[in-house]
Design a protein around this ligand. Sequence first.
Ligand code: RIB
Ligand code: CA
Length: 305
Amino acid sequence: MKNSFKMIIDTDCGIDDAITIITVIKYGIDVVGITTVSGNVNADQVTDNVLRILHFLKKDNIPVFKGAHRPYVSLNSTPAKIHGNNGIGDIVLEPPYKTYNEEPAPYAIYKLAKEAGNVILLTLGPLTNVAMALNLYPDLPKYISKIVAMGGAVNVGNVTRFAEFNFFFDPEAAEFVLRHGVPIHLVPWDPVVATPIFESELKETFQGEEGDLILNMEKSVMDFVEKARGIRAVFLPDPMALATFLDEEIIKYKINSSLHMELSHGSLLRGASIIGEGSGIDIVVEVDKTRFLNFFKNIFEGGKV
Ligand code: RIB
Ligand code: CA
């Protein structure tokens, strides 16, 4: 079991982020803090979602820090409708006992990483907070052993042909982080969209009280996907970033390459991520669906992890 490390999660808590946070807690990872960023919904709503999910998990002790409300440059920071109005499928969870901590997210990332000495930074949304933290605190990379990120697209995007939502939402921040030299394990949209999870598979995989919450949250996504693609299924981008980091056997094929963001304004390609000549980032290209689902089955059936 690979969980002797401390973790910071930066999230734009939508439904798949929530599934990932629930999985991290059930896996037994030591989460030293969660920072929030606008993306699927605005940072205020993201923060409320995270607090309510931690309360649901009886983990009110994990500190939450609010972060960036909008990307550095892009104006069209429209939230993603697929997650419902509140970002978690319009499910209303019990309000938390406490609120978020007052330190801003970029400072919290630095403070928590430095206190821990070494963390895994799991990023599930736009990289606005992470870029800001790396910019404000030049010694931050000393305390981050790896960034595990969901973002980008190699051959197929979800916002445009070549752009994936997290990196499209704040491409300048993505470019800043991709250039920084911190080791990155990246799951782009490609292996995610190649791995639809059908309704029956979802029900078999996510059992128990937390599983029921996940199925309820995913209902709106399944309706959305059914209308858009004619299949009753969901995609699990953020959970795939976590799972492929914790169990490398899930990965069927990965590459090590540089990745560059198209930043030119007015270009149809703005926000696209483009594979470069150099090396540097571990990019998952294909996964084994059976192993991917079994990873969660073991966790949500109360099996040994
Ligand atoms: O493109 C998918 C990503 O955008 C996921 O992280 C989802 O939660 C949204 O943030
Ligand atoms: Ca996300």
